[in-house]
Design a protein around this ligand. Structure first.
Ligand code: NAD
Length: 271
């Protein structure tokens, strides 16, 4: 049986997804392609994963290429955008998704743990957003999108919820919140929309130990009122909507996709 066709709300648009070879990024890359976009799958460490996602996108009838870049490095990030524009002519959508954790008790956290997480999750986000905005402004309007360009920052429920032994990660996502809102404010007059998605617990390699064993899964589910762990497809659907003209009046927002994790579930029985 063939999959039902999805509305092609992103038909003809060109998207770049960082961290596109695994987890949420792979799910978003596939969802964008199903909605009609061609996709650059930017990857860091897994050419096999990236090539697999590229093959799946091509089987949907869309164009896709895999490009390697460490987005914490300005020269590699610039080369990623240059190669993407050379391949596709321009970009309409950035999904700035690449991120990592280096967990440690605060008193033991090394400067390297701190710098690596901030360097990718926040500085890398800054570099990618800046290069995307420059490309939207260089190229000017296109008929297939009301906005000049769309940026989605992959934040986290931890832009809101403090997280012990992950001060570097929570600080990076808290930084993403005001980075996103500040550039959304600045770029709105240019008709560039900038939003974040705040995933809750999504089943990916980054948090394998939180869902792999039945005991860990039970503990995790206590934090999720909706009663299931999220899948990359849940984030993919949200990204498609945020990038589509259906969300043309939405900018500067974090859309939490978390099964209610940010609803203070510990107060559900009166606290
Ligand atoms: P993941 O580990 O599968 O994906 C992270 C991706 O980022 C990987 O492909 C990795 O190679 C890439 N990456 C890491 N450092 C990089 C660098 N310097 N340059 C380029 N790419 C780099 O995990 P995921 O869960 O899919 O994470 C994707 C994003 O979602 C991250 O920003 C993460 O913080 C966020 N997030 C995940 C969850 C969750 O529950 N899985 C929850 C909230 C937020």
């Amino acid at each position: 049986m063939t999959e039902p066709q999805q509305p092609q709300v992103l038909a003809g648009q060109k998207a770049l997804v960082t961290g596109g070879s695994s987890g949420i990024g792979a799910g978003v890359a596939l969802a964008l392609a199903r909605a009609g976009a061609d996709v650059v799958v930017a990857y860091y460490s897994s050419p096999d994963g990236a090539n697999e996602i590229v093959a799946q996108i091509k089987s949907l009838g869309r164009s896709a290429i895999a490009i390697k870049a460490d987005i914490s490095k300005p020269d590699e990030t610039r080369a990623l955008f240059d190669q993407s524009v050379a391949a596709f002519g321009t970009l309409d959508i950035l999904i700035s998704n690449a991120g990592l954790q280096r967990d440690a008790a605060f008193v033991d956290m090394s400067l390297d743990d701190w710098n690596q997480v901030i360097g990718t999750n926040l500085t890398g986000m800054f570099l990618c957003c800046q290069l995307a905005a420059r490309e939207f402004l260089r190229r000017g309007p296109r008929e297939m999108s009301k906005a000049l360009g769309k940026i989605v920052c992959m934040s986290s429920v931890h832009e809101l919820i403090p997280w012990a032994e992950r001060a570097n990660y929570a600080a990076s996502k808290g930084g993403v919140k005001l980075l996103m809102q500040s550039i959304a404010q600045e770029l709105a007059p240019k008709r560039i929309r900038v939003n974040s998605i705040g995933p809750g617990a999504i089943r990916t390699p980054i948090n394998r130990e939180a869902w792999e064993t039945p005991e860990a899964r039970k503990k995790l589910l206590e934090l999720i009122p909706y009663g299931r762990i999220g899948e990359p497809e849940d984030i993919g659907q949200a990204a498609v909507w945020l990038c589509s003209d259906a969300a043309d009046y939405v900018t500067g927002q974090t859309l939490f996709v978390d099964g209610g994790m940010t609803l203070y579930p510990e107060f559900a029985d009166g606290g």
